[in-house]
Design a protein around this ligand. Structure first.
Ligand code: ADP
Ligand code: UDP
Length: 238
């Protein structure tokens, strides 16, 4: 049985632990919820548990669809055992509808459909507010190779197909989402998490926001919305 050992890294929402197996890590999902690159942080009761179980559910769906993921085993309410990846410091964002930074940057109306869905890269760097980058910069600065970037893009679009259909069947629009990848034994593998903290989900009928925008925009009912999303998908929480 693999045991948790020392703390490797404490992020804004998760703590990462080493284990007795040097190829594996434990991700601990905390209740901390941050916005604006960590400028605002609050504790939201039950959020760690919901995101951990939600992430495990989604990663299994993606794995079943042929996307290699980090996930090894659900350990507890708020911990999951994962492969230790050499993380690529670039976030992959796909959008099906305009929202968030795209609306701010281009001045387009929130909610317009993007056909075909768009793909963007952002550098993971809070101090610089995660600036938008592109493939050319990522290769020049050795963040990733051209082949790795092509694979990340292909897998992110594949995840979009799988997840947009999954959420649609549960009465939700997958507006946009962010994925992080890493390298394990030379292969590109999906890491980090997929949860309402890193995507936008709207109710199909009312367009009610069911994701972290409730926190960012002070709409209230944040955990209740996350729980509703989990329940609609059939994620077992208790
Ligand atoms: P942040 O670093 O943005 O504050 P988190 O609180 O979610 O984010 O911290 C989790 C950290 O662990 C992130 O830096 C993420 O890149 C990293 N990470 C996620 N999954 C893995 C993995 N499987 N192997 C190695 N590192 C990972
Ligand atoms: N996102 C994320 N982490 C980040 C930046 C973005 O999880 O550091 C997610 C965000 O929740 C949304 C998508 O990526 O689902 C696109 O975010 P956007 O570029 O619109 O930026 P934001 O409005 O979140 O600043």
């Amino acid at each position: 049985m693999v045991q948790k050992t020392t703390e490797l890294y404490r992020g804004k929402a998760k703590t990462v632990y080493n284990t007795t197996d040097h190829n594996l890590l434990v991700l601990h999902f905390r209740n901390d919820t941050s916005a604006f690159d960590g400028e605002r942080i609050e504790q939201l009761d039950r959020k760690g548990m919901i995101n951990n179980k939600f992430n495990y559910f989604i990663m299994q769906k993606l794995q079943d669809a042929g996307i290699p993921t980090q996930v090894e085993q659900l350990l507890s309410d708020d911990e999951v055992l994962v492969k230790k990846l050499n993380m690529i410091p670039v976030e992959c964002v796909v959008r099906n509808f305009a929202a968030g930074s795209l609306v701010r940057r281009l001045g387009v109306a929130e909610g317009i459909a993007l056909t075909p869905p768009t793909f963007e890269l952002f550098l993971k760097n809070d101090a610089l507010h995660d600036p938008m980058v592109n493939e050319s910069l990522a290769v020049a600065f050795n963040w990733a190779t051209e082949d790795q970037l092509a694979k990340m893009k292909q897998l992110t679009f594949k995840a979009n197909e799988v997840l947009a259909a999954l959420f649609d069947a549960a009465g939700m629009m997958l507006v946009d989402f962010k994925l992080e990848f890493g390298v394990f034994n030379g292969e590109i593998v999906l890491g980090d998490e997929f949860s309402p903290d890193g995507c936008r989900l709207w109710d199909k009928a009312t367009r009610k926001k069911l994701d972290k925008d409730r926190f960012r925009q002070g709409l209230g009912g944040v955990v209740e919305a996350y729980e509703e999303v989990a329940n609609r998908l059939g994620v077992k929480l208790d």
